[in-house]
Each structure stands twice: as C-alpha cells, then as structure tokens.
Ligand binder design. Sequence first.
Ligand code: IPM
Ligand code: MN
Length: 376
Amino acid sequence: MTSIKKTKIAVLAGDGIGPEVTQQAIKVMNAVTERFGGYFEYCFADVGAVAIDRTGSPLPDITLEACLNADAILFGAIGDPKYDNDPKAKVRPEQGLLKLRKELGLYANIRPVTTYERLLHLSPLREDRIKGVDLVIYRELTGGIYFGEKGTSEDGQQAFDTCTYQVEEIQRIAKLAFEQALLRRGKVTLVDKANVMETSRLWRKTVQEMAEDYPDVELDFMFVDNAAMQLIQNPRQFDVMLTSNMFGDILSDEASVLAGSLGLLPSASIGLHTSLFEPIHGSYPQAAGQDIANPMAAILSAAMLVESLGMAEAARAIRLAVQHILEKGFGTPELQPSAVYGCSQIGDLAALLVADPDEEILVREDKLQQKISTII
Ligand code: IPM
Ligand code: MN
C-alpha cells in the first residue's frame, strides 16, 4: 500500500469576504492534488471579529494551536466596522493578526506586485509607467515600531512608540531578499530613513556587510520618502525592495495601486515555525456574502503556499490559470471584465484550469468556453 503525503493546512478564513475568497483558494488547492498528487488536510479555526464574537478573543488559543500544528496557514481577512468606529474598543480583530505574527515568528512579509496587460487601464497611473512592473516587497514583520516599547503617560498628554531592531532580525529577512533577487533580476533596494534614524543606519550597515556574500546581486539604497515617490514615478526600476515593518506597511499599500485592483495581490509571511499566506486586501464587509469579491488574491496566495511546500510546478499552474482567466476577459465586477463572473465561478474556473492535465486547454479557447458553460 502506498501512503499519500498529507499536508496539514490551518484555514483561518476570518471576517467579511474572507470565508468566500478562501473557499475558492481551497478549491484550487484541491485541484492541485488532483493533478499533481498529495493530500491537503484542512483544519478550520476562528480569527478576527468572528473569533471575538464567539470566544471574546481575536486569536483563541485553539486557533494558535491549530497554526502551530500546521505545515502552512491559509488566511482570509479580518476586520469589522463595529470595531473600527470605536476608538475605545479594548479588543480589536487586528490584535489577533499581530499576536499571530509574533507567536508564530512570521518575520518576513513578502508582497509581489505584477501588472496584467489587460488591466493596466484600471490603475490611476499612466499605462506607460506601470506596464511591465514586476517587483516584490520584503517587509520585516515582527520587529520595529510595531512591537517596540510603547505607552501613554498617566495624564494622557504624552504617548510614545519605540523602534528597535536587532542585527539578527535584519539578517534573517535580508537573507531571504538576497536569495530571491538571485532568482529574479538580481537587484535589492534597501528602503530606509538612514539620514534620520539610528535603526535605519543599523539596517544599512548589516545589509551592506551581507552583500559581500552576494556578488551577483546589485544592492541599492533609497530613503523612504524618495521611494514613495519613485514607486509611482518609475516603478519598473524596482526588483526586490527590502524594508522595515512600518515602511513596508505603507509602501506595500502604495505599490498595490500599480496592479489596478487590490483583489489581485497575494502575500506570504514566512515564519520560524510555519508560514502564512493571505490576500493583501481587507475584509470588505460591504461585499460579504454577495459573491462579488475577487478571489484572485486568495488563489494567488495559495500559489505562494504550494510553492513554499516545494510544489513549484503546481504554483506555476495556478498562476497560469489566473493569467489566462484575466487575459480572456473573465473577472469579478471591479475589474470591469468583458464577462462578469461571481467569486465562486472564478474559483471553479481556476480550479478547472489547474486540474486539467492537458496544458493545451490554456490556449484552446473553444474548449475553455465549453467547460465554462458547464459551470454557469
Ligand atoms: C497589514 C495591515 C496590518 C498592519 C494591520 C491590520 C495591523 O495593515 O497587514 O498590512 O499594519 O500590518
Ligand atoms: Mn497594511
């Protein structure tokens, strides 16, 4: 009897559109096993506002345990307006995410930004500026000002947040960035504020020393204010952008505008124990349950997940499927596609394209049309 390799996936679908987009990613992952073998065992757990409603905590212990026992985590989205509008709320869905990052040691947040020819017009930026953009942001995720000492004075007249970095924290993410650059166009841009901040100077020194071990990588430095400008003025100059927690938070939202839709961008958070994969969009509560949310970001996050498990071919198949769907003009409403499909139909279609071992289907439109008509 042969045993099938079982991979444990913790699924934290979260709030708003989180569950519906995550469901599409699962369809696609099941299609991966159909075509490439293996077996995913899913363990569903609560996080965010749904977890607060059920247990009082945005990250219940049982959820954390499920994550620690998993080979990878598929994450949806968290957030609910009832917490956003209450500055006095003691418990917030976001605390669940921050705690998860810290507890699992999710130190490197990776956000690739690519543009699709057919969607260039959706970006508020000029098409000739964004055409061919292909960059990836490596954002440090468990240090810096997010997790440094913070507080408010007793009289409420003063507050502080501290930015602290250890050399080791810088080295472990910089190593990933250098290695990624070797697989890409061989360039790392370290984004910092070394003209003002001591921590930035430590980043520069550390990364500069490491660069000696990577003679094939071109290392470049850029102040964050300039980088914010360059990202919209000349985004093609970037290959791998490496930066600290807060700068990365801001720049990655800015970079997402290049792609034209938040619904297309995946992310991976690489951890010490396990890694987490999530779309970069939020919970979009207004769209929840309406089957209009774009599942592409969640599906592309599943591609990053399978890639991290060593299934490079499967990851490629998922990306090809997404590309094909977009190029043929299918999509959820916000993409203004020539053929509007629901979240779940896009998931079905992507799963179908991934499962079919006949790569030809990717180029034979008539066959694809036939298959689609059986879904809708
Ligand atoms: C993100 C989000 C989080 C962050 C929030 C929800 C705490 O903006 O993942 O980028 O600031 O890191
Ligand atoms: Mn953010």
